[in-house]
Structure formats: structure tokens, C-alpha cells
Design a protein around this ligand. Structure first.
Ligand SMILES: Nc1ncnc2c1ncn2[C@@H]1O[C@H](COP(=O)(O)OP(=O)(O)OP(=O)(O)O)[C@@H](O)[C@H]1O
Ligand SMILES: [Zn+2]
Length: 805
């Protein structure tokens, strides 16, 4: 019998749904499910994941290719990860490899490197073809034996590439490639004593005449020393060498873990929990003590102290020797939370985010796997952190849409968290002031234990909200984007030396550029949307594909000169504010001002330190910040979201207004909020102005039930894209027809569309949408899988989409 492995290939190719069988050579006989390996695949070498091993008859050996190499010292995927990956691939219609790669740092575990060497038979050809230049290169090659392109470029500069190509064509130089793990460990040497303490005491007196050696040995008696320590102690290399040669001390190579958050620290100020916090913590701790799966919805109004509850729950988990994953919607906007956790748990905390280098990511993964890190903070991908001993997963601001991945696999972090925790018999805490409608529905149905924090900490109250009807303002002849009421509120606030936040969910200066004569709106060449005017850059920009164009002086349609800017973005509001309050210090925060790595952090901490009076920006300004001196918030026409034809429009509007309003009056001074709306009668706007989740939920759940939307049905959004509008339409119609004919009429499934996406063209691709609604998606998914529709290159199936448009 021989041993074989079923391997899925980590190549990122979506239509590679099958596993391939490889022969396991004797030296790798220990291989089992979950190992990462290198296998020959076509003419290349690829990374593969072993998903099963078998014994097969000897005869099979000749048909199979062998596994070439093994990537790690132990299996990367444990049993729970494997099960979670299988579940992901079932639920979200992706391949097993696509699901498994979510668990590894970076998308690939291997790196390919090409190297070049002289053709062994070169001598003959060499003599005929030498030019001076080539001779020099060949001579260099002969000395180097094997070179990489990088080494070659270093020696021969920018011409290197064409030189090598030429030599390759003449067969003077040959090329081959190797595969290496993508990971590069970092090591540091450390000095240790090679003698026992007793031996040292014996010889120390004799060393007094050698003060440098004496000092070094004495220091080593208390601790091991790094290079940095030696430098500081001014110990010379010679001293070290002498003692090493005498075998009194030894140099030990030690792996160092890179951690860019190592120096983030703060002082933890223990607080006395409010009775409600106390209840919540007790309920979670109770579930933890039984080590069984339990999920909680922590519904606490803004400023009710949810973070403190998370910290206590995590402390309980750590005390039990288990690990905690704390998920946040966006790491760049969460430095306050990270600081509070670092203050409490110091370097037991690791932070995962997209800007980590691949190597730091590997180090972080290692610390998690070895359980030397117990608190893992990160955005959605951190739900895949390889914690072997999981006790709790927390989702802060669980309603945020960033928890849904908008590319394949289209997973929702909340669902993954529930699945992982269930396997690990761990707890899940979903925290929010404005829970997702589906989450609250599940809590009422008993699927999550509902914990409430109905009041703000330490007697602080929710801010007073004033709802302003902007249509009335216009009737009164006020054309400014700021209502009279908001202008008054800002004036008072600044006069008192307090701060204000203004939210507008559109960046740029003007949201479209139009010819007044013929009505022509300037649109992107690649996308079916109007270009936005950006004042600072003096350019128009597409918010879908980032294309930039100059503002024309003449209308491209009618040659008129009456080009005008319409609509309002954050840049324009900034100008208007500056005109109204010339002495006021204003800072803007939106995608245009936050390109740098820590720009958002810097803006927030400057604002918190009082270096500005007004913080103005897109939704970024509304998220979770706890700023003591902010007493006023202005919310400008956020209800335009309601015009987007999507069933989550009301939920988004309610959450955004409530969260933004919740930034006011968190310190000891009361807050005031002005909400400017064009739809002030809409239940989402009214309920948000009253900061009343229950009345919003009651209205919203009725709407969802009436029109049959989640949680009363399940959805798949299918998008068909093509370079030509006709092609996209035809393909979508064919797919919709095929779906309908495959489904039995009584299957309780509804196929809607195809209809054009609201922005029909993005990046030169036309997009048609088909919506599949069903009480249960199992049959539909089975059909899609059988027909292999999910592997079509121009078709995407988004299971449980965040929006239907
Ligand atoms: N028991 C307590 N005693 C005193 N202060 C507390 C207590 N619990 C929390 N706080 C403080 O109250 C403030 C609000 O808490 P926190 O930021 O956790 O609220 P939150 O519920 O997360 O709010 P949001 O949903 O608006 O982000 C913080 O400054 C926090 O330090
Ligand atoms: Zn565009």
C-alpha cells in the first residue's frame, strides 16, 4: 500500500473546485489533513492544502505525482479550522481552497524565485559569440555560478533584464525557479552564561583584574543580554569573544516577534461597574464558566460603557486560560479601543490589520498559535485568527456593513464568529447601540441572550435632538447647507470653548458638474456616474474608479460656457463654515484627507487634544469615538440614503444618525444635536431623532415582513457583468431563465430580474442583477453547484448580500 493525499490548490482560481490526488513520499509519511505542502501543478509548483490522506494500492503510484515539499513544522489547519472552511465553502458557494486561504497570513504561503546559471556547454558557443560586453557578463556569471535577477540588476543596472534575455535566447544562460516559504523569521542573538551560578562565584574573584569581563559576567548573573544591552554597557566585541572562547558564556540565537503595537501603552483606570454593566458581565462570565457555546446581544445605547463590559469579559476568558478575539469594524478608526485594551492587557494583545507586513503577520500568527498572545484585536479578517483555545469572540458595533466581505468569499463576520464559537464551545458577544435588524430579531427569538445597557455612564444623558426640515428652510429663502438652527448651535458651542462634529456622507466639493444651458452632466468615461468636483485638486474625480479629469471650460455637448457646480460635499461645507466662522479651527476627515497610514488617528487625537473646534467629515466621524469635549453634532441630509432602492436603506439611515448623535455630550456637559433632513417624516429619521431603537425596530420589522426581506427570507444576489451592455443583459436573461426552469414551482423560491444595477457601468463593465429569494437556499445552492454556475468568470453569487443593488 502507498499513502496518498487529497490536495486543494491555493492558486486563487475560482473554477478549480476539485481536490487533486498526490503520492506521499516516505520522508513525508507523517503528513495528515491540515498540512500545507508544495506540489507540482501543470508546469508549475503551487501551494496546496492537504484535505485528506488515504492508503491506496501500490499500483497507483505510477499515475500520481509526488508531494514535493512541506511548508511548516506542524499542520496549519486544525480540525475546527477545517470544519469552518468546509462550512464557508458550502454557505458562500466558494471553493475549499478559497475558504482555507482565509486562515493563512497573506494570500499565499510560498514565494517563487527565478535564478539564472551558465549553460554547462557554453564554452563552444562562448568563443564564437563574444562581444566585449557579453564577455564581461559571462565572466561574472562564471564566478557567481547562480544568480537571481536582483543580484544581476545590482551589478549591471537597468539593462540587466534585456542582457539576460539576450543570453537566454542564445542558450548561454539557463533559467530555473525555486519555491520558498513566503515567511522570513527574524532572529536576534542573546548572550547567556555557559556556567552555573556556583561556578561563576568560584571564578569571579580571579577576574577582578579584567574589569570589562567582570562586569559582563556579573550582569549575566541577573539576566540574558541582547546586542542593544551590550552597546549600552559599552562591552566590546573582543571581551565577548574572549569569554565565548573560554566557554564561560554562549551566544544563543533567538527568534524575535515583530509587533508594531509593542509600544502602545496607556494607564488602565479601573472603574466601578454600573449595575447594568455588572449584570452583563456576570451573564457572560457565567456562560464562560460552563465552557459551552452561547451568544449574547449587548444592546447598549451610545456612551453606555460597552467597551468596559468587553474588557471584563476578556479578563474572565484570560483568567480561564483561553483566548479572546475582539473584532472592530475598521481598525484605523479604533485606536481608542486598542489603547484601552493595551492598557489593561499590555503585550498579551496583538493587533491584526491590513497594513501589517507579511512577516509581522506571520509572527503574530505564531504568537496566537503558541498562545503567547491571548487577546486578538482586528477587523473582519481577524475572525480567522488561528487561536487554538478560543474562549470568546466579540463583535463591537456588530451592525456595521464592513463586517461583510465584498469580494469572494462573500462571508459575513458575524456568521463566521457564530460557527467558530460553536465548534470551540465558546461565547459570542455582539455589541451595538443600533443592532442589525436580523440580530435583534434573532435575540427576540431566543437565539442570542439579550443584555441591555439602557442608560449612559455616570448620570450623563443622551443629547437633545432637534429635527430640521430642510424644505422649510428653502421656503424661508435660506440657501446655505447649514440651517439657521445648526448655525446657532455651532456659534454657541464655539463661544463656550466646546467642540462640534459635523457629518455629511459625501466627500468632494460638488457632487456633480452640469451645463446650465443644455443640462449635460459630466460623467465618468468608465462608469455610469457623475464626476465629483474636488476643489483642492481643481479636478473632477470618479468615486467608483478614481479616474481624474480636468474641469472643461466649455460644455462637451453644446460648447456653452455656463459650466456650474451642483450638490454639496465635505469640501464645500468646509469653505462655508470657514466663511461663517472665520476664527474657527476646522479639520476635515474623509477619504481624501486620510490617505496616510495613521492619518485618521492623528486627526482624531489632535481634535481630542483641542487643536480644532469643528471636526467635519463623512461617516468616519460618527464611529465609536469617545470625545469628552464634544457637545454639539450636526447631521446634514444623511437621509438621502433613503433614496437608494435598497431594503437596508432605513436601517443604515437610522444607525448613522443615532451613532453620530451619540458622539455628543459624553463627558460631563450635556449635548445637543441638529439633524437636517429632507424626509423628516420617515420612521427611520424620526426614531433616530428620538434615539429610540424599539420604535425603529417595530416599524422596520413590519416592512421587512410585508415585502418579504431578511430575516423573513434568505437572499442571493447574482451579478452578471460584461464589457457590452447587450452581452450582460443576454447572459443575465439566460441565467435567470435557467434558474427558473431548474427550480420546481413549489420550491418557495422567487427569481427577480434581471434588472440593471443602479450604477449600470463600473470600470467599463456593465452589470445586471438577478435576485434569488427563498425561505431556504439549500436547493438553489445545490443547483448552482451542480451546474457549476458559481465558477463562471463573469458571474458572482453573493449569498446573504448586504444590499440588493
Ligand atoms: N463603570 C464606569 N464608570 C465610569 N466610567 C465608565 C464606566 N464604564 C465606562 N466608562 C466610561 O464611559 C465612557 C463611554 O464608554 P464606552 O466608550 O465604552 O461606551 P460605548 O457603549 O462603547 O459607546 P458607543 O456605542 O457610543 O461607542 C468611556 O469614556 C468610558 O471610559
Ligand atoms: Zn469611473
Amino acid at each position: 500500500m502507498i499513502k496518498t493525499a487529497e490536495v486543494v490548490i491555493n492558486s486563487g482560481i475560482r473554477n478549480l473546485t476539485d481536490a487533486f490526488t498526490y503520492f506521499i513520499p516516505d520522508q513525508f509519511s507523517y503528513l495528515d489533513t491540515g498540512w500545507r505542502v508544495v506540489v507540482p501543478f501543470g508546469s508549475r509548483q503551487e501551494e496546496g492544502f492537504v484535505v485528506a490522506v488515504r492508503s491506496e494500492p501500490e499500483g497507483r503510484k505510477d499515475e500520481l505525482k509526488p508531494i514535493q515539499d512541506v511548508l511548516d513544522d506542524d499542520p496549519w489547519f486544525d480540525d475546527h479550522m477545517m470544519q469552518t472552511a468546509r462550512w464557508l465553502s458550502e454557505r458562500y458557494l466558494c471553493t475549499l481552497a478559497e475558504a482555507m486561504r482565509l486562515f493563512i497570513p497573506g494570500k499565499k504561503g510560498i514565494r517563487k524565485e527565478k535564478f539564472y546559471y551558465l549553460n554547462a556547454n557554453y564554452a563552444g558557443i562562448f568563443n564564437e559569440t563574444r562581444t566585449e560586453n557579453q564577455a564581461a557578463v559571462l565572466e561574472w556569471f562564471r564566478r557567481q555560478k547562480i544568480v537571481t535577477m536582483r543580484q544581476f540588476q545590482k551589478e549591471f543596472g537597468p539593462e540587466a533584464r534585456s542582457l539576460i534575455e539576450e543570453l537566454k535566447q542564445r542558450k548561454l544562460v539557463l533559467c530555473s525557479s525555486t519555491v520558498q516559504t513566503a515567511r522570513v523569521n527574524k532572529y536576534e542573538s542573546e548572550l547567556h552564561l555557559a556556567l552555573t551560578g556556583e561556578q561563576v562565584t568560584g571564578i569571579l574573584p580571579q577576574m577582578e583584574r579584567k574589569p570589562a569581563q567582570f562586569r559582563l559576567i556579573q550582569a549575566l548573573l541577573t539576566r540574558n543580554l541582547t546586542d542593544a544591552d551590550l552597546k549600552e554597557m559599552k562591552v566590546s566585541r573582543q571581551t565577548v569573544k574572549t569569554l565565548v572562547d573560554l566557554e564561560m558564556i554562549k551566544i544563543v540565537r533567538k527568534q524575535v516577534m515583530r509587533d508594531s503595537y509593542q509600544n502602545v501603552a496607556g494607564k488602565y483606570q479601573p472603574v466601578t461597574l454600573s449595575p447594568e454593566q455588572e449584570n452583563a458581565v456576570a451573564a457572560i462570565a457565567d456562560a464562560l464558566s460552563y465552557s459551552r457555546f452561547q451568544s449574547f446581544l449587548l444592546h447598549g445605547i451610545t456612551g453606555s460603557g460597552k467597551t468596559e463590559v468587553y474588557i471584563r469579559a476578556v479578563a474572565a476568558v484570560r483568567q480561564a486560560g483561553k483566548q479572546a478575539i475582539v473584532l472592530v469594524p475598521e481598525i484605523a478608526l479604533t485606536s481608542q479601543l486598542v489603547q484601552r485594551f493595551k492598557a489593561r492587557f499590555a503585550n498579551d494583545v496583538v493587533v491584526i490589520h491590513s497594513k501589517l507586513s507579511l512577516n509581522e503577520r506571520y509572527d503574530t500568527w505564531q504568537r496566537i498559535r503558541e498562545e503567547t498572545a491571548g487577546v486578538i484585536i482586528g477587523a473582519r479578517s481577524a475572525v480567522f485568527a488561528p487561536a487554538p483555545n478560543l474562549g470568546i469572540i466579540i463583535l463591537d458595533e456588530e451592525h456595521e456593513f464592513t463586517y461583510k466581505q465584498e469580494e469572494s468569499p462573500y462571508y459575513h463576520t458575524r456568521d463566521v464568529a457564530m460557527t467558530r464559537a460553536n465548534l470551540a464551545q465558546a461565547a459570542v458577544v455582539l455589541g451595538s447601540a443600533t443592532p442589525a435588524v436580523e440580530t435583534f430579531y434573532d435575540a427576540l427569538a431566543g437565539r442570542h441572550v439579550l443584555l441591555s445597557l439602557p442608560s449612559r455612564i455616570a448620570g450623563a444623558v443622551l443629547p437633545q435632538v432637534m429635527l430640521v426640515d430642510m424644505r422649510e428652510e428653502l421656503k424661508k429663502g435660506r440657501r446655505s447647507v447649514l440651517s439657521t438652527q445648526l448655525e446657532g448651535l455651532l456659534r454657541d458651542t464655539i463661544q463656550r470653548g466646546e467642540q462640534a462634529i459635523i457629518l455629511l456622507n459625501r466627500r468632494g466639493h460638488s457632487t456633480f458638474v452640469m451645463c446650465r444651458e443644455c443640462g449635460h452632466v459630466i460623467t465618468c468615461r468608465h462608469c455610469a456616474v457623475a464626476l465629483t468636483y474636488h476643489y483642492a485638486a481643481g479636478m473632477m474625480r470618479c468615486h467608483y474608479c478614481d479616474a481624474v479629469e480636468p474641469v472643461p471650460t466649455l460644455c462637451p455637448a453644446c460648447r456653452s460656457r455656463y459650466i456650474k457646480f451642483f450638490g454639496t460635499g465635505t469640501q464645500k461645507v468646509e469653505q462655508e463654515l470657514q466663511q461663517l466662522f472665520p476664527d474657527c479651527r476646522i479639520v476635515r476627515m474623509d477619504q481624501d484627507t486620510t490617505h496616510g497610514k495613521l492619518a485618521q488617528d492623528a486627526i482624531l487625537s489632535d481634535f481630542d487634544a483641542g487643536r480644532y473646534d469643528i471636526l467635519l467629515g463623512t461617516q468616519m466621524v460618527a464611529k465609536g469615538h469617545d470625545l469628552q469635549n464634544v457637545t454639539a453634532v450636526g447631521i446634514l441630509s444623511v437621509d438621502t440614503i433613503l433614496n437608494i432602492p435598497d431594503f437596508r436603506g432605513a436601517e443604515r439611515t437610522f444607525a448613522l444618525i443615532t451613532q453620530a448623535a451619540g458622539r455628543a455630550g459624553r463627558g460631563d456637559k450635556p449635548g445637543k444635536v441638529v439633524v437636517q433632513a429632507y424626509n423628516p417624516e420617515h420612521y427611520a429619521v424620526c426614531a433616530a431623532a428620538n434615539q429610540d431603537y424599539s420604535s425603529f425596530y417595530a416599524a422596520e420589522i413590519e416592512f421587512r415582513q410585508k415585502l418579504l426581506y431578511p430575516p423573513f427570507c434568505q437572499l442571493i444576489k447574482c451579478t452578471v457583468a460584461a464589457g457590452m451592455e447587450d452581452t450582460a443583459r443576454r447572459k443575465a436573461e439566460q441565467l435567470a431563465a435557467a434558474l427558473k426552469s431548474e427550480l420546481r414551482p413549489d420550491a418557495g423560491t422567487d427569481i427577480i430580474g434581471p434588472f440593471p444595477a443602479p450604477v449600470l457601468k463600473v470600470k467599463d463593465r456593465y452589470r445586471m442583477i438577478i435576485l434569488i429569494k427563498a425561505g431556504n437556499l439549500d436547493t438553489v445552492k445545490e443547483i448552482i453547484r451542480q451546474k457549476n454556475w458559481h465558477t463562471l468568470s463573469d458571474t458572482v453569487f453573493d449569498v446573504s448580500p448586504i444590499s440588493v443593488v
